[in-house]
Design a protein around this ligand. Sequence first.
Ligand SMILES: *[C@@H]1O[C@H](CO)[C@@H](O)[C@H](O)[C@H]1NC(C)=O
Ligand SMILES: CC(=O)N[C@H]1CO[C@H](CO)[C@@H](O)[C@@H]1O
Length: 328
Amino acid sequence: MRSSSLLLLSFLMGVRDVQGGSDFRVCAFNLQHFGDSKSKKSDVMETLTRIITRCDVCLLQEVRDSKGKALPQLLTQLNSNDSVHKYDAVASERLGRSESYQEQYVFVYRTDTVTVSGQYQYPDIRPGDVDAFSREPFVVRFKAPRTTIKEFVLIPQHTTPTNTTKELDALYDVLQDVRKMWKTENVILLGDFNADCGYLAKKNRKNVRLITEKSLVWLIEDKTDTTVRSSTSCAYDRIVVHGETFARAIVPLSAKPFNFQSEYELTEDQALEVSDHYPVEVLLKVDKSRVFNGATSLALTGTNQKTSQLKFFSWFVLSHLVLQVLAR
Ligand SMILES: *[C@@H]1O[C@H](CO)[C@@H](O)[C@H](O)[C@H]1NC(C)=O
Ligand SMILES: CC(=O)N[C@H]1CO[C@H](CO)[C@@H](O)[C@@H]1O
């Protein structure tokens, strides 16, 4: 109990320690049909610029840029509007079951804090489960020297609403694939999972390994609203972290939707011009937040390594919940 309280304390200290510091922010944003038409609206592009330049890495979804002009225009605008950072992007092919409806996954990242160290288009040919996804994950590995985790993998997914349960479960197979291929445990799965309201029934959740497996922590809670419309409240967009090491490298309580409507004082209609989703985001610890790490290792000394890791993981989940309550 003593070391557990110490651990909880270390979380609280961790929270205080990083506030106001130079954060490392990972974001995921469903742009709701981003292409030619949105790129011609200067107020929309301006809001997008403000949102994306907050992030070190930003996953964009529903990029439907059939003419191939909107994305380069967005990048140019990001670069001309942020005097501190430079931005680049890595994009998937156009993905989708029908020729007439395709989307790209795009990762926009700051070139001064992040480099791409690997990319992998999941082939979706798993025996017995061929073509599980409508938009197969485009998996990217990033090096980020400022973060305590140093290198990590992002697995994006924009599920098909009617196939949410199936696709979320299949994401677990993608995770296993990536772990083997790159010999890493440090993975975040993120995006518009449609993981709420009518699309993910409570009774089906026990069949989704992405939910039931203990090695995964869902950082955006079920009660969260990631939708812009005031008439809806659904936690569609999610961030799920895999593994104890990566869970420790996350700033506690930092995962949340970014309500750009209230932040930038937009009307609901103005916000809906940009997207019907809020972006979701999480902060990774940067190297200077040593207080947290020090206290953690102190709490773990003297116990058997394996059990203490297990304990730590339960305590990570528990203190995450406690902190959620405290933060209300
Ligand atoms: C749902 O998944 C099944 C099997 O993977 C697929 O045949 C079907 O087309 C999917 N539905 C949609 C709307 O993509
Ligand atoms: C396109 C865009 O976001 N332009 C903005 C760039 O930043 C200046 C202020 O620094 C704004 O006034 C522009 O609207």
